[in-house]
Design a protein around this ligand. Structure first.
Ligand code: SF4
Length: 373
């Protein structure tokens, strides 16, 4: 029998997370979420980890939903004091039908001119397409759908068991089509690619193909992480529902490991990259342009440096070099002057004077700047 959902309204003191640096997947600087817990209850969900989850019992994560009833007011107050940048926002679990807090938060972003990035496992997001379009018209909006297998993949029944409370994948792809038709950047978060379940060639290709055929422009691939009580919860689930996989998972996730060990995750990411190229889409989300942003070129350079770091990572390049690219990306992101101006007035010395760009990356930055002139 399905346990009844319990909603606990409360009034948190803060809602907005301001990140020191934009993330290199979704390009967001801020995030804000209206609920704690998720009725979709996916068995692999990282949000059951202790650092995210306020529950003693991991089962409660899907049945006890804490509702931040003052979220929109808090968001309005917080954003009105912040520089405009992308907000990763919202949650379209079933609670949203009743409470409509994600919609209110979107309206705040629209009113204040903030761009948004939304990640959804539900077509309920289409209810708010009008606000997303208004935001896209004046700033920018982007929507990614969480999808890790397709109905024509052999392991799909296993995935359905793990996310049986979430809307069907076909409905998510249909919603993606609507979002794309509305002119909004959309694609797939292929996260987590579950080892031994979602990583076969046919499923990798199916997810990329369905995305491209649904108007999606990108597929972002990442592997499963497992920590503390979420790890125990997931292993218990495997024991009960897929016992044949348990030994492999114990091998890939030995005690103390968060990301998979003894497993070539990078090879999977490379396959996704190749497939994206074959289907004419990207394995990175294009960084949205914020109209009127005087640092657009800096942000484009950050995007190129971060994407290079990612490609190096999945090609097993030396960690030291990968980090040099990341540090350079952060340094250019932090710069409060148009980098072209710095280069035009002081040349290479100007680039060397920017704190944080490693010497080895200066010629790369110089070359990228030349591409913008
Ligand atoms: S929809 Fe997302 S947040 Fe909700 S349970 Fe699934 S993975 Fe977790």
């Amino acid at each position: 029998m399905t346990e009844k959902t319990r909603f606990i309204p409360y009034q948190p003191k803060t809602i907005l997370n301001s990140h020191k640096r934009v993330d290199h997947w979704f390009w967001s600087r801020y995030s804000a979420y209206p609920y704690q817990g998720c009725q979709h209850g996916c068995k692999f969900c990282y949000a059951r980890e202790e650092k995210y989850s306020p529950y003693d019992n991991a089962d409660e994560f899907a049945t006890t939903i804490k509702v931040k009833e003052n979220a929109a007011n808090l968001l309005r107050r917080a954003l009105s004091r912040k520089p405009v940048d992308i907000v990763c926002l919202g949650d379209y679990q079933p609670a949203e039908r009743k409470f409509r807090i994600t919609r209110q938060m979107l309206e705040v972003c629209r009113d204040l001119g903030f761009p948004v990035f939304m990640l959804s496992r539900s077509p309920l997001i289409l209810r708010d397409l009008d606000v997303l379009q208004q935001i896209n018209h004046q700033a920018t909006s982007a929507v990614a759908f969480s999808i890790i297998s397709t109905p024509d993949s052999s392991n799909h029944p296993k995935v359905v068991k793990m996310e049986h409370l979430a809307p069907r994948v076909e409905k998510r792809f249909a919603a993606m089509q609507e979002i794309a038709k509305a002119g909004i950047l959309t694609g797939t978060c292929f996260m987590p690619i579950l080892p031994g379940i979602c990583d076969d060639e046919a499923n990798l290709e199916n997810v990329v193909r369905w995305t491209a055929e649904s108007g999606g422009k990108f597929v972002l691939a990442s592997s499963l992480t497992l920590a503390d009580k979420q790890k125990d919860f997931f292993f218990d689930f495997l024991q009960e529902s897929c016992p044949e996989l348990l030994d492999s998972y114990r091998h890939w996730y030995p005690p103390g490991s968060y990301a998979p060990w003894n497993y070539d995750w990078e090879a999977i990411a490379l396959r996704v990259r190749d497939l994206c190229h074959r289907y004419g889409i990207s394995d990175r989300m294009p960084r949205p342009i914020i109209p009127g942003d005087k640092f657009t070129v800096n942000k484009r350079i950050v995007e190129q440096l971060a994407n290079t770091a990612y490609v190096m990572e999945i090609n097993h390049k030396p960690t030291r070099i990968i980090w040099e690219y990341r540090k350079a990306a952060w340094a250019v992101e932090d710069l409060q002057t148009d980098i072209r101006l710095v280069y035009a007035t002081m040349g290479i010395k100007g680039l060397q004077s920017i704190p944080g760009i490693p010497e080895s990356i200066i010629p790369i930055v110089e070359k990228i700047i030349a591409g913008f002139n």
